[in-house]
Design a protein around this ligand. Sequence first.
Ligand code: MCA
Ligand code: AMP
Length: 504
Amino acid sequence: MSGNLFRTIEDAIADRAAPFLVLPDGSQTTYGEMFVLSGQFAHALTANGVARGDRVAVQTGKCAECLWLYLACLRIGAVYLPLNSAYTAAEITYFVGDAEPTLFVCDAARLDDMRRTLADGAQTVLAITGADAESLAAQAGRMPEQFDTVDILADDLAAILYTSGTTGRSKGAMITHENLRSNALALVDIWRFGPADRLLHALPIYHTHGLFVATNTILLAGASMLFLPKFDVEAVLNCLPQATTMMGVPTFYSRLLARPDFTAETVSNMRLFISGSAPLSAEVHRTFTARTGLAILERYGMTETNMITSNPHDGPRKPGAVGFPLPGVTARIADPHSGQLLDQGEIGVIELTGPNVFKGYWRMPEKTRQVFRDDGYFITGDLGYIDDDGYFTISGRDKDLIISGGLNVYPAEIENALDALDGIAESAIIGLPHADFGEAVTAIVVASDTHAVEEDTIRRQLQSDLAKFKVPRRVITIDSLPRNTMGKVQKNLLREEFVDLYRE
Ligand code: MCA
Ligand code: AMP
């Protein structure tokens, strides 16, 4: 068997006339057309000097062409590097400086801006589509339809996904073809995906969830996806009757439930709703079942590992639990500090090993070492326990992380930006309960002089360098931050004090 994930996709597709991608206007791309388009993009990449192992950084809106580009990277053995479309020029400059891509692909509307921003780099900058005859799609359109997928090793990199960290500096998680293949094959199997499935795809495709969990699973099942530009509750309600499955972050489900016209009838064609990326509250889980008669299947994963555990397709899907390790994955609970293994029922850090676990952080061997135990288990930083029935439950985090609407925000990065602003002596970023986003990023600051800190000014200043989802929803000024005897800010006390900030 070739190491290339795309070869596995080629082998999996029995019917090339079957639809792969369906757009809201009803237009369809068959699997046969997908092979042609990804092949043409592969030729275009090669013509732009991209070779095996080279990085291709991509910051665009959600479009079909991005999928052809992702698949083209797989086919030539290049490394796909998707970037959140909300990232600012400052954030992009860091990623590009770190990953040194051969090619940077953006939306046509930002081409001139990005060329200026990245003028110091050696990469080529191209628009994905647009009137420009040199856009990647236009170049691809002039290329031959046939492309022979390159033979590579299973351990070769397929993608680098940046994830922030507790120190605030983003790390590139190196994901191999085998990581993706093993995980997607396991998901096809345990979630019972087949050619008759149609996935309602409303997630962004710059993260593991929308790109790998959704897209790779559909491809290996020979199924189709109804590809929406984003999660818009109205559009989702309209499209659900044409779909059989949906994947989403918890915000998708609470937004659907907020609509009285979301009923059992809306989902009468659906066989499976899957949730992940953030905790799905037991209340949303139960309300969803009461309304629709269907139990959401919650699963748990991480950029570094793809999917780790899943509630069962056929057994009980327990509200608040994330289920069992995937086939081939071994997970355990350990003491976060000593690493000693804990007994069933005891809370500790979740650790795992398996073919899904990434290769390490790009050019950061020390950071890579820190997240592995001596026996090779990856330390997730998530706290949880195994219940009497063997289900994993996540009970907290041993890492300072906020998850807002399924997007991760690392407080250290925002605190560093805040502390650099005039008028702020010190700051603490905390996540507070929020009905829509699960957690809302909130700044607690101490002013450096007698002037009051202007909330809107601070938010505006932060927005020039930080993606909008990282910018605190509220900036609260207090006299001093509570600290323990070691001088560490006691964020738990701040979370308790402001717990009701976003509650009506
Ligand atoms: C948008 N905004 C946000 C978020 N998204 N603010 C905080 N958190 C967010 N997640 C900002 C917008 O810039 C806007 O700012 C304002 O909030 C209101 O936007 P709204 O219209 O409500 O947002 P939206 O466009 O509807 O987006 C919300 C969303 C979206 C649909 C929940 O964020 C989303 O699709 N999230 C999914 C992310 C995801 O795929 N995560 C998976 C990561 P303003 O009003 O100021 O302009 S992969 C992962 O975690 C692991 C591996 C796993 O297990 O899956
Ligand atoms: P990311 O860095 O975007 O890959 O986010 C991974 C993190 O999301 C995990 O370490 C968990 O903290 C969180 N996560 C993902 N799925 C779930 C879930 N079902 N329940 C609770 N937390 C989750």
